[in-house]
Design a protein. Structure first.
Length: 178
């Protein structure tokens, strides 16, 4: 068994492990970088709330020690969170084949879901207020299985609409053939 290194990650994996998350002959389509931007802004807002709480607690207890200790911890956690959010957002991708859709996600715990078009019952597009402000949407795929949680976040509205229409048409064609 040989060990190889991925170009995007310095972690070594045995041969064949990364092949589990590939679809030969089918290109992966990544999500919009706006997904990472939205998540970064949520992280910054959370950091501001934590720093304000530390400052308020420091004033309430009349000691600057809480701020001196808490601030570097909060900043370190935010820096780590920034990196994790960036990598996680970049890990989302999907690949369309003739009979099924693959959805890939995760960095430390990678996951790939295969959704056969004939099993799809509903294709749902959602966009909350923050997503709409950033110009992105999420496509949810529902099947008869309650365990299916396939979703693709961070798509532009045009791509979400295109994917919704394409998946619906393919699902109807596959279901008609049953």
């Amino acid at each position: 068994m040989t060990i190889r290194h991925s170009d995007s990650d310095e972690t070594a994996y045995p041969d064949g492990v990364d092949d589990l998350f590939e679809v030969p002959g089918t290109p992966w389509v990544g999500v919009s970088p706006l997904l990472a931007k939205l998540r970064h802004q949520i992280l910054i807002a959370s950091l501001v709330v934590v720093v304000a709480a530390l400052a308020g607690l420091s004033l309430l207890l009349s000691t600057g020690l809480i701020l001196v200790i808490g601030l570097p911890i909060a900043l370190g956690a935010a820096a780590l969170g920034w990196r994790l959010v960036s990598r996680n957002a970049a890990a989302w991708a999907y690949a369309e084949r003739d009979d099924d859709l693959f959805v890939r996600r995760g960095v430390a715990f990678r996951r790939i879901e295969v959704v056969p078009y004939g099993r799809m019952q509903l294709v749902d597009v959602t966009a909350g207020p923050l997503q709409r402000m950033h110009g992105i949407a999420t496509v949810h795929l529902h099947t008869a299985s309650p365990d299916t949680t396939a979703r693709i976040p961070g798509l532009t509205p045009a791509e979400a609409a295109r994917l919704r229409d394409r998946l619906t048409a393919r699902g109807e064609a596959q279901a008609a053939g049953l």
